[in-house]
Design a protein around this ligand. Structure first.
Ligand code: PLP
Length: 344
């Protein structure tokens, strides 16, 4: 009996994983044309790269001790992992408690509640102005009160990078082919990058790995500070990344990344999330200095729909004091001839 229900859960998780497309985009900048790939994780099941992380983490939890109907899983999330987890857990009759913070988009909170998740919103920032340590304190408190709840711990569980070593990484190398020259990956826990990098180091050591973080995040080290983009960055160092997994690290300014998201929306009619603005901004720097060799691929971790009232809203940008900076960045890049168009 236990054997067949165990298998049913594994199969339910595996069915969720969907291959995502790699779109070829042409960028023009200062009279030069550069082709690159955008790996659209928005086309995955829960609309972000975190679908893969969720399958890896919950499968690991299930192997450790079976997830039976009624089990409650608790996790700290900025939103996307929560959406992926509630989808999987609802499918097998388990509950989900998401510990989120004020930066979690309202649309994400609504979607979590609609799918049956319970929410704990941590309101107080920590000393660095972030929320991660406060979210983790809340998870520990909840586990003290409910020792039967299960915690996958996306920040430390090796099943996180492993999910990307076996799925995201191989998809990228297969879809991009022999020309693949570089991969740009946004960093939060560092699991996505660590997994992709482990695949590349083993199978395509010639490919340059670029770690992309946002200014004010300490995921890759450095000083903490105010951050506005949800999904990317963290208030503590990644335990999965020690530095030798990637060739180059970049910190991107919020307003610069948002300017890129807005230009992509104008040119391609597609909204991408703020972390995709960050990786594209990192690519723009490399194109500017001529350090792009081969075909670069940018991981687009999620789409932009749920950010309509944040990064795509002028009112929000004014409230955050970055409206003028976004406008100035757009004008500067347009003056340099920057455009995007779908190629093939
Ligand atoms: C929307 C989104 N999802 C996923 C990731 C990757 O996160 P992690 O490093 O936790 O794997 C990022 C990282 O920036 C992101 O912005």
């Amino acid at each position: 009996m236990m054997g067949s229900s165990f298998l049913r859960v594994e199969q339910a998780f595996e069915r969720v994983l969907r291959r995502t497309p790699l779109r070829r985009i042409q960028m023009s900048l200062r009279g030069r044309a550069v082709s690159f790939g955008l790996k659209l994780e928005e086309c995955g099941t829960a609309r972000s790269v975190k679908s893969r992380t969720a399958v890896g983490l919950l499968s690991d939890l299930h192997r450790e001790s079976p997830l039976v109907p009624g089990t409650v899983v608790v996790e700290s999330t900025s939103g996307n992992l929560g959406l992926a987890m509630v989808h999987l857990l609802a499918g097998i009759g388990c509950g989900f408690l998401a510990v989120v913070d004020p930066k979690t988009p309202q649309a994400t909170r609504r979607a979590l509640l609609e799918q049956g998740a319970r929410l704990v919103v941590v309101e107080e920032p920590d000393e660095q102005g972030g929320y991660l340590s406060r979210r983790l304190e809340a998870v520990r408190r909840i586990l003290d009160e409910h020792p039967d709840y299960r915690w996958p711990n996306q920040y430390e569980n090796p099943a996180n990078p492993e999910a990307h070593r076996i799925s995201t990484g191989p998809e990228i190398t297969e879809q991009a082919g022999a020309d693949l020259g570089a991969v740009y990956v946004p960093v939060s826990t560092g699991g996505t990058l660590a997994g992709i990098a482990a695949h590349l180091r083993a199978h395509r050591p010639d490919v340059r790995c670029v770690a992309v973080d946002v200014t004010g995040s300490v995921a890759l080290g450095g000083a903490g500070g105010r951050r506005l983009i949800s999904g990317i960055g963290a208030g503590r160092r990644s335990v999965f990344l020690r530095g030798d997994e990637y060739d180059h690290a970049v910190h991107v300014d919020d307003a610069e990344a948002i300017a890129v998201c807005r230009m992509v929306r104008e040119d391609l009619g597609r909204t991408v999330g703020g972390s995709t603005g960050c990786v594209l901004r990192a690519l723009l720097d490399d194109v500017t200095v001529g350090s792009v060799a081969g075909f670069p691929v940018c991981l687009a971790a999620d789409g932009g729909t749920k950010y309509a009232d944040t990064i795509f809203s002028d009112d929000w940008a004014r409230e955050q004091g970055i409206h003028a900076d976004i406008g100035a960045a757009v004008r500067r890049w347009r003056a340099a001839g920057l455009t995007f168009r779908v190629s093939g």
